[in-house]
Design a protein around this ligand. Sequence first.
Ligand SMILES: NC(=O)c1ccc[n+]([C@@H]2O[C@H](COP(=O)([O-])OP(=O)(O)OC[C@H]3O[C@@H](n4cnc5c(N)ncnc54)[C@H](OP(=O)(O)O)[C@@H]3O)[C@@H](O)[C@H]2O)c1
Length: 315
Amino acid sequence: LRLLVRHQAELRTRHGIAWRVTGVASRRLDWIANSQGLDPAELLRGEFPRPAAGLNDVRAWLRAARADVLFEASSLNIENGQPAVEHIRAALELGAHAITANKGPVVFAYRELSQLVAERGRRFLFESTVMDGAPIFAMFRDLPLVEVNGFHGIFNSTTNVILSGMEQGLSFEQSLERAQQMGIAETDASYDIDGWDATVKVCALANVLMGAKLLPPQVAREGIRSITAAAVREARAAGQRYKLVCRARRGENQAHATVRPELLPLTDPMAQVEGASSLVCFETNFFPGLAITEHNPGLETTAYGLLADFVRALA
Ligand SMILES: NC(=O)c1ccc[n+]([C@@H]2O[C@H](COP(=O)([O-])OP(=O)(O)OC[C@H]3O[C@@H](n4cnc5c(N)ncnc54)[C@H](OP(=O)(O)O)[C@@H]3O)[C@@H](O)[C@H]2O)c1
């Protein structure tokens, strides 16, 4: 919302987009809707109107808000992607574009939601789900005939911050605290540490870019819990670095993917990925290696991904 407000004039003059916020919802706030518009300044100060009477589900709320676009940013559910899948399904069925930072719907319902997109002529966009809004999915939409055969990279900032912190002399716990202070750790940090966040990103990329049907339990996954600060510092002294590396390859019937700590030589570009930065390298038919590196994203970078999808949806 802060970015929408800051760029309101440019959105209007450069992209022909005028907007108003007509609904806000969360577990604590309940379903707030006013089709005439809510005051952005009040919302940004954390002053929320009372929830609308009689609204008790996402469909009633979207109808009351008369939503043209839904921004879905609820917490990740790695079991089945709910309730975000239902939020997005409802938006598309009711004629709104759906934009999300939540990986769950991409991993668990990409095909079904793409079908709905085709039927309803709306957009389902999710650039912020992987690498905080760096243009990965958008890039491939603009690369005709390119087929992705595999990819590898560093996708989880929290584990990277922890490993970098331990190299610098911090303990595992102190490094985790640093990641939490930066606002990048998942709500449940074990999602990061045990490799679940990286795993769902691998599934999202594989399902969208390689047409796979990969679910998190099908990825061979190992987190960084067993790596000690001493082992990290010893590796560094020997010219190597531990990184939580993600790999996926197209297979005969199914993609094969791993997420696990690997000891990399410093000459490997993945070894150079510091702190909250991330990297992905795709192997494709036309580009043997096509890499995107993102340096030090912040929360605003993720928010930018949502804003960019908003502009793309309305283009
Ligand atoms: N933070 C990042 O850097 C980042 C980067 C890329 C992607 N993402 C993804 O973006 C999403 C949001 O991230 P976040 O860091 O803001 O997460 P968060 O701190 O867990 O906030 C999630 C929000 O969703 C609401 N919520 C959770 N479950 C809900 C439910 N069942 N129904 C309605 N509202 C619900 C929460 O409301 P209450 O507080 O009222 O419960 C809260 O406002 C997540 O899916 C995350 O994986 C985050």
